[in-house]
Design a protein around this ligand. Structure first.
Ligand code: FES
Length: 106
């Protein structure tokens, strides 16, 4: 198990425990983190699981594939570290990850 922290646009922090192998989207949905709606259920077709990673942790994950990059074009206030949380699979080494939730989805 590892711990990750979600920070919402309202400034509310959610510290959650999640199993390695799950995605950041899974962690958000399982713990009721507001702002990650994930309408396609992780199929990389909706862009409603958009999140921001901190610059010092963004490289923990493999870079986005083209399908993710294409969808991120529709992300609300996209940043250089914007990702689709359904594409971020967690490992034990990612304990302490901090994830920021956008003010709204696309
Ligand atoms: S849940 Fe739809 S793109 Fe991530």
């Amino acid at each position: 198990m590892l711990h990750i922290q979600f920070l919402t646009a309202a400034g509310i922090s959610y510290d959650v425990e999640v199993a390695a192998g799950e995605t950041v989207m899974d962690a958000a949905l399982d713990h009721g983190v507001p702002g990650i709606t994930a309408q396609c259920g992780g199929g990389c077709t909706c862009c409603t699981c958009h999140c921001y990673l901190p610059t010092d942790q963004a490289q923990w994950f493999p870079p986005p594939v083209q399908d993710e990059l294409d969808l991120l074009e529709y992300a609300w206030q996209r940043r250089s570290t914007s990702r689709l949380s359904c594409q971020l699979r967690l490992t034990e080494a990612m304990d302490g990850l901090r994830v920021e939730v956008p003010e709204r989805q696309a």
